[in-house]
Ligand binder design. Structure first.
Ligand SMILES: [Fe+2]
Length: 285
């Protein structure tokens, strides 16, 4: 995940390679850190059957990560044969260009450090639990895996066109905070939701946020909140819809949207396909 930060980054960037990758150094994790992973995993697994999309649950069942912090090299064997993606270990947040460069080449950067026990419910930066538990299972889904690569390619192009903000909103409202329609109601596929003990229930059950049908241009001009639960979730019909949205060249879209005032995160427009109109602004995360 990429992101704007106004504080010193938490990871150790002193030993990284030019592409920001490091060795995972799995043996350096302490028993307490593995125990914290197990607690985080158990908490999310008490919620996943009710709130996560089927694709996430199926992939999660195929990788055995319940007992300890996962070894990237072991998961890479399964992931490589499933969708030709590979995980690379990184110290933490990456510059946008480097992050999208990895995605464009089917490499997913996963932060190596795990949060402190006191941060069980909330961390300022994404750690290994967010990056791995939230993102990696979806990389086993072939359509979503192709979408992630398209995001990477789109990010590189947007960077060159000065439109990274618009592409980042798409990434945010899909890869991080996306919902998908199912006959049982909306379910989560976004990693920011799936790795959160609070937002996973809020995003699906709460009457407070808006739930609006996926609309590429609408999303690219909608602000988002980074320090509260989302005020609006965009809901896809299926992963094909998501992938197809990235097929066109975005250059004319950026030209069309550039200079327009973005919509507030809480906005509901007359042109929206409103699945649920939110009752209240989002509370603090
Ligand atoms: Fe993320």
């Amino acid at each position: 995940m990429t992101g704007e930060t106004d504080h010193a980054l938490r990871g150790d960037y002193s030993r990284m390679r030019p592409d920001y990758t490091v060795d995972q150094d799995w043996d350096a994790y302490t028993p307490e850190q593995h125990e914290l992973w197990r607690r985080l995993y158990r908490r999310q697994m008490s919620l996943v059957p009710r709130y996560a999309c089927r694709e996430f649950q199926e992939s999660l069942a195929a990788i055995d990560i319940a007992g300890a912090i996962p070894r990237f090299e072991l998961v890479n064997r399964k992931l490589g044969s499933a969708t030709h993606w590979q995980l690379v270990a990184v110290p933490g947040l990456l510059p946008d260009l480097m992050f999208f460069e990895h995605l464009a080449n089917r490499r997913f950067p996963v932060t190596v450090w795990i949060r402190e026990p006191a941060e069980f419910d909330y961390i300022v930066e994404p750690d290994i639990f967010h990056d791995f538990f939230g993102h990696v299972p979806m990389l086993f889904n072939p359509v979503f895996a192709d979408y992630m690569q398209a995001c990477g390619r789109g990010g590189l192009k947007a960077q060159a066109l000065g439109a990274i903000e618009m592409l980042s909103r798409l990434y945010w409202y899909s890869v991080e905070f996306g919902l998908i329609e199912t006959p049982q109601g909306p379910r989560a596929y976004g990693a920011g939701i799936l790795s959160s003990g609070g937002e996973i229930t809020y995003s699906v059950d709460s009457p407070d946020p808006n739930r609006i049908g996926f609309d590429l241009l609408r999303i690219m001009q909608t602000r988002y909140k980074i320090d509260t639960f989302q005020e609006t979730y965009f809901v896809i019909r299926d992963f094909g819809e998501l992938f197809e949205a990235t097929a066109p060249d975005f250059t004319p879209y950026y030209e069309q949207l550039r200079g327009r005032e973005p919509h507030a995160a809480s906005a509901v427009l007359a042109t929206d396909r409103v699945l649920h109109r939110g009752a209240h602004p989002a509370r603090a995360a």
